[in-house]
Design a protein around this ligand. Structure first.
Ligand code: PHE
Length: 332
């Protein structure tokens, strides 16, 4: 029995078979247990002899099983260590670093320029009342110029603001007649437009407003020229064309001279913002006496500036989170 058991145990090379053999020889119904159970039938002289032999056999079998078990455990540990091995000499994986969105870069740059000229940055709500978005800007109900800015209405009197100009009124009212007012307001605006390469139902503007005594059109022009030169380079020229906005009088649209890379020296004129002298009615509604104070205002299209600065051909690139597009700006 001992030989048979030891021989079988030697050949074992998996824990399952080892356990089966343990049961076969040492288990409750095992071969050795059977022998020990039969001891009662033996004579008094035989019993200790056979008992001794049986115990020896059990000891030998247990020893082999024990050592086999240890060997299996060692092998398993070894295998696990191998599988979990880390090669510390491998080069690390590069972490992707985010970048500032090109529109935000432009907004920050414009803010910096105006802050450098002593302006304060203010914000206003994107969900605006009809009063601030139109009425207080000299655009009463049924005014034909409202058509220029078709909007998204929440209720009859509440809408997504169509421009940042309501902040002109909000700023004036919050200043309670104090001067000077010198504020710019960046923010999103909404119009009911079909999206294409040059239109979007949502875009960004930066409004500027200055109010004080003796503020003139020449101050507006000088400010804008200085601003454009800081933004687009010292050679930049600006051109003002007469225009119409209900909240400014006179009103103008401003073009900048722009030399396209690789297209010779001949500059092109490109429209970049709307501006004008704050309309007396708007001053009045803002709490400033138009006989004493005057001011100018302008509204810059952020996307337009970004398109010119970075040479982008489709406004939709800014909005659809295309990593290939955005990554180009990560380092700028
Ligand atoms: N609010 C005008 C627009 O969105 C721009 C503008 C702002 C014009 C301030 C004049 C003064 O078209």
């Amino acid at each position: 029995l001992k030989h048979e058991a030891l021989e079988q145990l030697q050949g074992v090379n998996d824990p399952q078979t080892l356990n089966d053999l343990r049961v076969k020889y040492l288990g409750k119904k095992g071969a050795l247990t059977e022998i020990l159970r039969g001891m009662g039938a033996l004579s008094a002289e035989e019993r200790p002899v056979i008992g001794q032999v049986a115990n020896d056999v059990r000891g030998a079998i247990e020893e082999v099983i024990e050592s086999k078990q240890q060997a299996f455990q060692r092998a398993e540990t070894q295998q696990r260590l191998q599988a979990e091995k880390v090669d510390v000499t491998l080069p690390g994986r590069k972490l992707e670093q985010g970048g500032i969105h090109p529109l935000n870069k432009v907004i920050q740059e414009i803010e910096d320029i105006f802050v450098g000229m002593g302006y304060r940055v203010a914000e206003g709500p994107e969900v605006e009342t009809d009063y601030f978005n139109f009425e207080a800007l000299n655009l009463p109900k049924n005014h034909p110029a409202r058509d220029m800015q078709d909007s998204f209405y929440i209720t009859e009197d509440i809408l997504m603001r169509t421009h940042t100009s309501p902040v002109q009124v909000r700023t004036m009212q919050s200043m309670e007649g104090e001067v000077p007012v010198k504020v710019i307001c960046p923010g999103k605006v909404y119009r009911r437009d079909d999206d294409d390469a040059t239109h979007s139902f949502q875009f960004n503007q930066i409004e500027g407003i200055v109010i004080g005594k003796d503020i003139r059109m020449s101050d507006l022009k000088g400010t804008l020229l200085q601003f454009m030169r800081e933004l687009f380079g010292p050679q930049t020229q600006i051109r003002m064309r007469p225009s119409f906005f209900p909240f400014t009088e006179p009103s103008a649209e401003v073009d900048i001279s722009y030399v396209q890379a690789g297209k010779g020296e001949e500059p092109k004129w490109l429209e970049i913002l709307g501006c004008g002298m704050v309309h007396p009615k708007v001053l009045e509604m803002g709490g400033y006496d138009p006989e004493v104070y005057s001011g100018f205002a302008f509204g810059i299209g952020v996307e337009r500036v970004a398109i010119l600065k970075y040479g982008i051909d489709d406004i939709r690139h800014f909005y659809n989170s295309d990593m290939a597009f955005l990554k180009q700006f990560a380092q700028i």
